[in-house]
Design a protein around this ligand. Structure first.
Ligand SMILES: C[S@@+](CC[C@H](N)C(=O)[O-])C[C@H]1O[C@@H](n2cnc3c(N)ncnc32)[C@H](O)[C@@H]1O
Length: 240
C-alpha cells in the first residue's frame, strides 16, 4: 500500500521515536480500512499506550481531533516537549497513566485508538469491559492494532522466533481468531471487524532499520524468517 501521509513525516524523527513496527504507517492503513470509522475534528480521542506520541501527532495533524496521549513507560513531560515542537500542544494532551487506573470520566471519549500496546494490558478477560469501554460514549468506537500471529502456535513455538524472543514475549502475540474470541465476550462492546493489515513487512522493516536496542534485538528473529508466522491484527468495535 502507498503511505502517502506517512511519507510526509521526517524519517529521522520517526526512526528516533519508534517503539515498534512503524506506528504511523499502521495508523494510516487502519484509518483507510473500509470498516474503519471516520475521525472528525470535533472528536475527543484517547490514544492509549501512545509511547512517544507519534500516533498522537498523526491523529491531531491529519484529522484535527483532540488527542489525549496516554502512556505508562514514557513521561508526559517528554511527550509534551515533542508535541510543542510539532506545534500541536493545543490539540494533544500528554498524560502519564496506567490502563489499570485511567484518570478519565466515564463516557468521555468519542473514540479510543491503541496501536502496538493493547497486547501488553488487554489480554486478560475483563480489561475491555472494566477499564476501557466505560470511557467511551454510547456508540463511541474502539480501534486497536497489535503485532500478532497468523495462527496461535504457543504449544510449538518455531525456533526462528526464539532467536529474539522468549516464550513470555511470544505470549503477547495472538491470532486474529484469538482476539475475536476474547473481545466477542465483551458485554459493552460490539465487535465490528477483526483482520490483518497488509503493511506488515514494510512497518517491520522501518522498525528494524532504527537503532532502538529492542529493534536491534528483534533483527535476529526477523532475519531468521520469523515474519512468516506473524501479522498485524486490527480490531474495530463500538460501544453498545
Ligand atoms: C511497543 S510500545 C508502542 C508505543 C506506541 N504505541 C508506538 O507504536 O510507537 C508499547 C506501549 O504500551 C504502553 N503500555 C504498556 N502497558 C501499559 C499500561 N498498563 N498502561 C498504559 N500504557 C501501557 C507502554 O508505555 C509503551 O509505550
Amino acid at each position: 500500500m502507498e503511505y502517502t501521509k506517512s511519507q510526509t513525516y521526517d524519517r529521522q524523527f520517526l526512526l528516533d521515536n519508534m517503539m515498534g513496527p512503524n506506528a504511523i504507517k499502521i495508523l494510516e492503513e487502519l484509518t483507510q480500512l473500509p470498516e474503519m470509522f471516520e475521525l472528525k475534528p470535533q472528536m475527543r480521542v484517547l490514544d492509549l499506550g501512545c509511547g512517544r506520541g507519534l500516533t498522537s501527532i498523526f491523529l491531531a495533524k491529519e484529522f484535527g481531533v483532540q488527542v489525549f496521549a496516554t502512556d505508562l513507560w514514557i513521561a508526559a513531560s517528554e511527550n509534551f516537549a515533542r508535541f510543542k515542537e510539532a506545534g500541536l500542544e493545543q490539540r494533544i494532551i500528554p498524560i502519564h497513566a496506567d490502563v489499570a487506573d485511567l484518570p478519565y470520566a466515564d463516557e468521555y471519549f468519542d473514540a479510543i485508538i491503541s496501536i502496538d500496546s493493547y497486547q501488553y494490558f488487554g489480554r486478560e478477560e475483563g480489561v475491555a469491559d472494566e477499564k476501557i469501554a466505560p470511557l467511551l460514549k454510547k456508540g463511541g468506537k474502539l480501534a486497536i492494532v497489535v503485532p500478532g500471529l497468523i495462527k496461535d502456535i504457543h504449544d510449538n513455538i518455531p525456533p526462528e522466533m526464539l532467536l529474539s524472543w522468549n516464550p513470555e514475549d511470544i505470549e503477547t502475540l495472538r491470532s486474529p481468531e484469538w482476539w475475536r474470541k476474547l473481545l466477542s465476550r465483551s458485554q459493552l462492546l460490539e465487535l465490528e471487524a477483526v483482520g490483518e493489515l497488509e503493511g506488515f513487512y514494510e512497518c517491520w522493516d522501518d522498525w528494524l532499520a532504527c537503532n532502538n536496542e529492542y529493534a536491534i534485538g528483534d533483527r535476529k528473529a526477523m532475519e531468521g524468517g520469523a515474519g512468516k508466522y506473524m501479522d498485524l491484527v486490527y480490531i474495530i468495535a463500538a460501544k453498545k
